[in-house]
Design a protein around this ligand. Structure first.
Ligand code: ADP
Ligand code: ADP
Length: 229
């Protein structure tokens, strides 16, 4: 069973009296443990698709299933809970809280979830260690390199043991060596834990490591072939 299924999903925006069809009749099955890339030119609907799959936004039409359960468009409370409990986010510009050190940035989702304090300490230290940042917990984002910041962001995304990680151009701001490390880390996590990664990317360094590429063109999704690694 797929982790997430989209059937006939559409999403429009109205801007100055014009209707913009950001997604048109999208069908997609996101499999557990896969790293799926979403590509397409600017304005083709990538962010809109990531927002829907990340349960941050609601489609106008179509059906979504998550972990086998229908996700009624109107049930915002349920989507918020599922998002907090099971989905992690990683961004191009890292989106860390600048006044919090690395440890507190990673701890924040667990705090929001109401995880008991002792369990939080164990999990935050585990996640920092997993991304290779044990010992750097006291550093604020401005005291870390770009690659280290993205590792903090990945630790923050995985600390709640998510089923799905949504990543928006996660390697765009990183040099080649650092990008390669971040990609390897994502692949290892997908294989170790069956975590699914949905990644909007133009980065050829990343695309070669994805299980498949989904191309968006003007809101229409063209599914690429699945490749074996
Ligand atoms: P991409 O991420 O591929 O650049 P987006 O999903 O951001 O594409 O945008 C798809 C289309 O929807 C674009 O034409 C964009 O201008 C439009 N769009 C996206 N979000 C909004 C919004 N909140 N209001 C109006 N138009 C939007
Ligand atoms: P923990 O020590 O947090 O209970 P595990 O021993 O199960 O976690 O896993 C080791 C590390 O792998 C953890 O520190 C965690 O950050 C990461 N991890 C665990 N589950 C997932 C998951 N579903 N997706 C990604 N990373 C995970």
């Amino acid at each position: 069973e797929p982790l997430m299924s989209l059937r006939g999903i559409s999403k429009s925006f109205t801007l100055g009296g014009n209707t913009i069809h950001a997604l048109r009749n999208v069908d997609l099955a996101v499999l557990r443990g896969e790293i799926a890339a979403i590509t397409g030119p600017s304005g083709s609907g990538k962010s809109t698709l990531l927002n829907l799959c990340g349960l941050l936004d609601t489609a106008d039409g179509g059906e979504m299933l998550y972990a086998g359960q229908p996700l009624p468009a109107a049930d915002d409370a349920r989507k918020t809970l599922l998002r907090r409990q099971t989905i992690g986010f990683v961004f191009q510009s890292f989106n860390l809280v600048p006044v919090m050190n690395a440890y507190d940035n990673v701890d924040f989702p667990l705090y929001l979830l109401g995880v008991p304090a002792a369990e939080r300490v164990r999990r935050v230290n585990g996640a920092l260690e997993r991304v290779g940042l044990a010992g750097l917990g006291k550093h604020r984002p401005d005291q870390l390199s770009g690659g280290q910041r993205q590792r903090v962001a990945i630790a923050r995304a995985i600390v709640k043991h998510p089923q799905l990680v949504i990543a928006d151009e996660p390697t765009a701001n990183l040099d080649a060596a650092t990008a390669a490390q971040i990609i390897a880390l994502m692949k290892d996590l997908a294989h170790e834990h069956g975590t699914t990664f949905l990644v909007a990317t133009h980065d050829d360094r990343m695309l070669g490591h994805c299980d498949r590429a989904l191309a968006l063109a003007d809101g229409v999704l063209l599914e690429g072939a699945r490749h074996a690694h």
